[in-house]
Write a protein that binds this ligand. Structure first.
Ligand SMILES: [Zn+2]
Length: 76
């Protein structure tokens, strides 16, 4: 199962209980121990790649996210 967090980034979640606490090393849910399917992992990797492409495109287009170094307060 894949969620999208408020920043638009994908998050991998357990297919069984829906929690987002997934051990990506063991590919299993922390909460219920259900294995994360290879299919879900592939889907997540794709979503992540898509997200980072979109972010890069946004940065190129000059979209300010509010997180960039340009928003640092300038010295008086
Ligand atoms: Zn679970």
């Amino acid at each position: 199962m894949i969620f999208t967090n408020p920043r638009g980034a994908p998050e991998l979640a357990c297919d069984n209980c829906g929690c987002r606490w997934v051990d990506r090393i063991k590919s299993a849910c922390y909460e219920c121990g259900a294995p994360i399917s290879a299919e879900a992992q592939t889907e997540f990797a794709c979503a992540l790649a898509e997200f980072s492409d979109r972010r890069k495109a946004e940065l190129k287009a000059g979209v300010q996210t509010g997180l960039g170094p340009n928003n640092m307060p300038s010295a008086p």
